[in-house]
Design a protein around this ligand. Sequence first.
Ligand code: ZN
Length: 193
Amino acid sequence: CASLVCQQPYAQALTCTVRPKTLTAWLQASSKHEYFLMAIEDLYREVIMDHYKRPRNKGPNLEANVVVEGVNPLCGDEIKLWLTINNEKTVTAASFEGQGCSISQASVSIMTEAIIGECLENVKTIISSFRAMMLEGSEPDEKLLGDGIALEGVRQFPVRIKCAVLSWNTLNLGIDQHATAGDQRVELKHSES
Ligand code: ZN
């Protein structure tokens, strides 16, 4: 972030409203600061709340050829995902509606941003990378996950991991089904159990 306030020590920089181009670039720039670790948690929490309060790609898509609903009964999270996948096997549109906790709703918003414009092969890699971060503690890759790396901290609360992975598992089911359905429209449901 190039704004003046961001060149001050990190605690003051938190007031900055200009989002850095990438999270890690900003964090590396402030990595010598003694509040580094605490600051990551604060920044990631802000990213999650930002997606929760200002969801990206919200709303139905009547032209979607994959429509998948996902529920997480443990927490009561619900999402509905609309995908348009073209003949070149690229996700040209992804949107959602849903209700539930901030983690589940931020996660699906973040996910749509990560997959729009990507071919299905890349989408599979992105899903694997997110699942490996959440379920196995693998090092997150910001190039693949974008703001998704902000959800890594949810691992500290095992009961909430299902909230974070709900939309990604729902997406995974939808594109697997699309691969076998050919030109048929896919409509199905997923439940975390
Ligand atoms: Zn939840």
